[in-house]
Write a protein that binds this ligand. Structure first.
Ligand code: GDP
Ligand code: IMO
Ligand code: MG
Length: 424
């Protein structure tokens, strides 16, 4: 292995958790570099499902070091809930193997309130955020008024930052007809749990450097997906961080030369949660079929996911934006029993055929997908463990994606379990 960045190549929920867990068996450290508990990463091992929102998906492998980088926004309550849940199952979550960067920004109750207040106000124009306070927390980071994890060591600093922040936030919350928050109550609540968080504070960049010096491999665990990136995604229907692989370095304090391999996780069809353009969306029975067979309901909010055909145009864009070296294709088993499979190979836009994603705001909502039809399959592939076990029709579908996107498909996932993965 080499240091490997894992990113979602579509709109999130591609199966990153599963692949990170699998590759963690060969890694020394796993680090989250952006996003927060808007993420929901699912791992299934021998029937037991684990959904992680903040703690890296490598935690189930003993002997790994799991780190939360400076680029993440961390809800301290959610972090502790995950620590407790894992520890109740006998999983080691001691600070010796789990750490939070001192520079990580904290999500506070007013971030959640503002996120929800704004969404409530945006009737008809909702982004469909997860309501976890992600956007408002990144706003405070950029506005240089955020609270960082290391601030928890200084009660006076916590109180003064929160009281200063609430002077402005309470004006906004009142304008949205939301309850204003009491600075002392918010501070007391945070300081009460601070002693449980501070043992986890660490210099993530040092820990990762040490792993590299000892010849260990690092896995960078992305959250969300390329087309939810704040710069490169379907703005304004995006999340508030850079989800592209380039941010893996900045989001944990290593140099870009540490990123060797970039694996894009691609679902064998496409899904999206929340609002925003989705050219290949299926609002018919096939869409419902994918939702039911793929159990496409959000791992964080439980919302039904919008479903559609695979879109090779957005995948080519993902390849370019991330320098993908490999693809892991997931949920191929879900396509079983569909009479035919469609892949969007290009768009029709303003009367012309285009091979790329038009960049003007809203343009992706105005394209018409141009499809290529491939044969379906009715064989159960969920027990296949080698490329040669897969039926010819399935191999043709995989080969065609490789051709259209121009990246080698190195992993094929045929079921949610850790073992249901074919490595080519
Ligand atoms: P993530 O956010 O990218 O980690 O993905 P999620 O965990 O939100 O959603 C992926 C869902 O698909 C989870 O329920 C996984 O257990 C499941 N899953 C992952 N890979 C496969 C697969 O190959 N086949 C099937 N049927 N389910 C899968
Ligand atoms: P994982 O890591 C899918 C979407 C939300 C909304 C938009 C902005 O599990 O793939 P936010 O709360 O981030 O401000 O919401 O981004 N979104 C996700 N969609 N998977 C995710 O994470 C997502 N995280 C955010 O639905 O459309
Ligand atoms: Mg998810």
């Amino acid at each position: 292995m080499a240091n490997t960045v894992i990113i979602g190549a579509q709109w999130g929920d591609e199966g990153k958790g599963k692949i990170v867990d699998m590759l963690s068996a060969r890694s020394r450290a796993i680090v989250r570099f952006q996003g927060g508990n808007n993420a929901g990463h699912t791992i299934k091992v021998q029937g037991q499902e684990t959904i992680l929102h903040l703690i890296p998906s490598g935690i189930l492998h003993e002997g790994t070091i799991c780190l939360i980088g400076n680029g993440v926004v961390l809800d301290p309550h959610v972090f502790l809930q995950e620590v407790d849940q894992l520890s109740q199952r006998g999983i080691d979550v001691a600070p010796s193997r789990l750490g939070i960067s001192k520079k990580t920004h904290l999500i506070l109750p007013y971030h959640k309130s503002l996120d929800q207040a704004r969404e409530a106000k945006r009737a008809g124009r909702k982004i469909g955020t997860t309501g976890r306070g992600i956007g408002p927390c990144y706003e405070d980071k950029a506005a240089r008024v955020g609270l960082r994890a290391a601030d928890l060591l200084d009660a006076d600093l916590v109180r003064s930052k929160i009281s200063h922040a609430l002077e402005e936030k309470n004006i906004l919350l009142s304008a949205y007809n939301f309850e204003p928050l009491d600075a002392d109550a918010v501070s007391d609540e945070l300081l009460a749990i601070a002693p449980r968080i501070t043992p986890y504070l660490t210099e993530v960049e040092d820990r990762l450097q040490e792993v590299q010096n000892q010849g260990g491999d690092i896995l960078f665990e992305g959250a969300q997906g390329v087309h939810l990136d704040i710069d490169h995604g379907t703005y304004p229907f995006v999340t508030s961080s850079n989800t592209v692989a380039g941010n893996a370095a900045a989001g944990c304090g290593l140099g870009p030369s540490s990123l060797t391999r970039v694996v894009g996780i691609v679902k064998a069809y496409t899904t999206r949660v929340g609002s925003g353009p989705f050219p290949t969306e299926l609002l018919d029975d096939t869409g419902s079929y994918l939702r039911m067979e793929g159990y496409e309901f959000g791992a964080t909010t439980g919302r039904p996911r919008r479903c559609g055909w695979l879109d090779a145009v957005i995948l080519r864009e993902s390849t370019r934006l991330n320098g993908l070296t490999d693809i892991a294709l997931t949920k191929l088993d879900v396509l079983q029993n569909l009479p035919a499979l469609q892949i969007c190979v290009a768009y029709e836009y303003q009367g012309r055929r285009v091979e790329y994603v038009p960049q003007e705001e809203g343009a992706l909502g105005k394209v018409t997908p141009i499809y290529e039809e491939l044969g379906g399959f009715d064989d159960d592939i969920s027990a296949c463990s080698a490329w040669s076990d897969l039926p010819e029709t399935v191999r043709s579908y995989v080969n065609r994606i490789e051709e259209l996107v121009g990246v080698r498909i190195s992993f094929i996932s045929v079921g949610p379990d850790r073992r249901q993965t074919i490595e080519r």
